[in-house]
Design a protein around this ligand. Structure first.
Ligand code: C2O
Ligand code: CU
Ligand code: CU
Length: 490
């Protein structure tokens, strides 16, 4: 047999055939490795047994008011968290939490100062994801906080009630710092009268749900992997606010869940196993009307607020297609519930008129070099990719040449004009700062840039699959003065 093979290879044509077969085998191998990487290792939890851990709820941080200014302090440092491993898992967290950070409570109209102190021995930044703030206060990769330094973010809360979040945004290291535990929610409140008719007692009937997948080494340390391939890296264990297999006691009525996908690359497809699931808010605020949903898809960086109903059930499970049970909600009749029904109108979103567009751009997401890029380029701190005139309304076409992506833009909340030539589904008709699109999708969005100017510091736009972001899929834009428009005049 061996001899025959050798004979076969001795002839040039046969050598070529052998080379082709060999390279096919190698390609086969690469495909297998890639498929393995994208293969979902999720450890599924069934609903047969009750959930095992009480859900951790990050504390709510109210501002301290000094001279009319709402002041918040964040301290990022080393910590450790009980993930049910043989020993405590080293993490990083804000304000001495074991993981994550407090939920910042902001109020529309407030003048805000947030001091962020870095107690780590590495650089970091803190970005307010979804917030409409000046570039110098945005916390992007240019606002590096060195060890033992404090960075001051000053801005006014000019946007409506919404669920935003904060996380480090250090160039090439966002995925790792978020994964190790540095992230938190921001809740903006306003005096929208419907707010008072919705469940809004934090931690009781208004629950933050931060979804993150993780993996552990056998010593109980966090096992981090950054992948420049495919969809990014998926981990096998789901943590909800850092809790594995959680439950929470809630009133026997309407309960609001503020969902945040704080994962590196995973999408979640969520549903409930009894009663209704009603979406009330997208990323930048309330939808116009509540929308009943069978399933809600939430991509990395994305938020959604939903209402679930425990009026007629003792328990209800929030489920994900990959992980099975995400959270078990147990009705506790001793807690007071918000009376049904939900308000039928939640918001009045002014539609951005396509006729007001001043400028159009296209952003093409693709493989570039050893990682990913936008419009053929990998992220470079020293290069400004786009310059926008203050006051302009822009129409952006987003498409992908390779892979699926989550487009995210800083500073502005946009509206989806169309997806693949069709108007967006009702649940995509609200304010958004991130949007998922598959390989063949084309998404067109409209955005206004009428709040801040900074000719020096750029804002980011990028893919929120953090493996993609950290391997180059990010670009920068500045908002500059328009000769006929003055900042703050709109
Ligand atoms: Cu959630 Cu540029 O970030
Ligand atoms: Cu952001
Ligand atoms: Cu991407």
């Amino acid at each position: 047999m061996f001899h025959t093979k050798n004979l076969f290879l001795r002839r040039p044509r046969h050598r070529i055939i052998a080379a082709i077969i060999l390279s096919l085998l190698v390609i086969g191998c690469v495909i297998t490795v890639d498929a393995l990487l994208n293969d979902d290792p999720a450890v599924k939890i069934t609903t047969d047994a009750p959930a095992t851990h009480s859900l951790l709820v990050p504390p709510l941080l109210e501002p301290s008011i000094e001279d009319g200014i709402a002041h918040y302090q964040l301290d990022l440092g080393r910590s450790s968290h009980d993930f049910d491993q043989a020993q405590l898992t080293p993490t990083i967290a804000y304000n001495q939490e074991s993981l994550l950070g407090p939920t910042l409570h902001l109020y529309q109209g407030d003048q805000v100062v947030i001091d962020v102190t870095n107690h780590l021995d590495e650089d970091t930044t803190t970005h307010w994801h979804g917030a409409d703030v000046p570039a110098e206060a945005d916390g992007g990769p240019h606002s590096v906080i060195r060890p033992d330094e404090t960075w001051k973010a000053e801005f006014n809360v000019i946007q409506e009630a919404a669920t935003l979040w904060y996380h480090p945004h250090l160039k090439d290291h966002t995925a790792e710092q978020v994964y190790r535990g540095a992230a938190g929610l921001m809740i903006i409140d306003d005096d929208n009268p419907t707010s008072s008719q919705l469940p809004s007692t934090y931690g009781i009937d208004d629950i933050p749900i931060i979804l993150q997948d993780r993996d552990f080494t056998k010593d109980g340390e966090l096992d981090f992997t950054l992948s420049n391939k495919g969809k990014g890296f998926f981990y096998p264990y789901l943590t909800v606010n850092g809790t594995l297999d959680p439950y929470i006691n809630v009133p026997a009525g309407l309960v609001r869940l503020r969902l945040l996908n704080g994962s590196q690359a995973r999408l979640y497809k969520l549903s409930v196993d009894s009663g209704r699931m009603i979406m009330i808010a997208s990323e930048g605020g309330y939808l116009n009307q509540p929308i009943a949903m069978e399933q809600i898809m939430i991509s990395p960086g994305d938020r959604a607020e939903i209402i679930v109903d425990l009026s007629n059930v003792d328990r209800l499970n929030l489920l994900d297609v990959s992980f099975g049970r995400v959270l078990e909600l147990r009705a506790d009749r001793a807690l007071t519930a918000v009376a049904d029904p939900l308000p039928s109108t939640l918001n009045t979103i002014e539609k951005i008129d396509p006729n007001e567009v001043d400028h159009s751009r296209e952003f093409v997401f693709e493989k570039v070099g050893k990682g990913w890029g936008i419009n053929g380029q990998q992220m470079k701190l020293a290069r400004t990719d786009d310059v926008i005139q203050f006051g302009d309304t822009e129409r952006w076409t987003l498409r992908s040449v390779s892979g699926s992506h989550v487009f995210h833009v800083h500073q502005t909340q946009f509206q989806v004009l169309e997806r693949n030539g069709h108007p967006p589904e009702p649940y995509e008709q609200g304010w958004e700062d991130s949007i998922f699109f598959k390989g063949k999708d084309t998404v067109v969005i409209l955005a206004r840039f009428n709040t801040y100017i900074n000719p020096d510091i750029p804002y980011m736009l990028h893919c929120h699959i953090l493996d993609h972001e950290d391997t180059g899929m990010m670009s920068q834009f500045k908002i500059v003065n328009h000769p006929e428009r003055i900042e703050g005049s709109t």
